[in-house]
Design a protein. Sequence first.
Length: 276
Amino acid sequence: MQDAIDAVMMQAPDKTVEAIGVCSPGWVDSQRGVLLSAANLPCWRNFPLAQKIEKHYGLPTKLANDANAAALAEARWGAGKGFDGVFYVSLGTGIGTALVLQREIYQGRAGGAGEGGHMTINFRGPLCGCGKRGCIEMYASGTAIAKRARSLLRHGRRGRSRMLKIAGGEVSAITTEIVSRAASSGDPLAKRILEEAAEHLAIWLGGMIDLLEPEAIILGGGLGRMMTSFRSHIRHNLDTWTVNPHWRDVRIVSAQYGPESALVGAAAQWFAQREN
């Protein structure tokens, strides 16, 4: 992290840096600047991340959950601007979520609200890194999509899949990016894998719409734009997976800042404090 911050500082030596914003996946105590735990960062538990950065650079530092920060940026300046209720979904290695109400993140009692990526959609499903089974992260994250592709190809579904050609014939080298590229070129197996992920997202988002009824759902993170291209597939399946009579009024849009949303959100923390 310090290497990354140093690189940014070197790119803009004439700029005066007044503060640092840091984002992390997982459960974060923003008030104390502590990363409590993260399924995909097992090396850090109750780690005083903001304090470590602040001490090293001598600058005030704020820590936030990455999805919360990204949601704040999108709600204030991006795809969610103008909406009072926004549900943000960060699709990447895992799945992070956040709820923004009237341009403010809903934190919950102790700051741990909004961890929707670890909501179970199949209690008999695969074991997640968080310790639960069948979390949506196990079906529609980048990690899950790549794993699904490798599994199908290892079990004889090779055919003439373009995924293998792009990966140099090595099943173990297949990534989510390769699945996306193959699907864009018309590979039927790759397209089916992404449609399956979209169907699982529809099951999950149907529950979110029933619970929250947001004005807009924003898909962001590294895979956000790719999954937004399956929006019609998601909406088709939502007809089965939500009972809210107004679900068609809920917009599903791509994050304006794309995979950069969390970085913009890191700055948004300080702007929000100044406004308050």
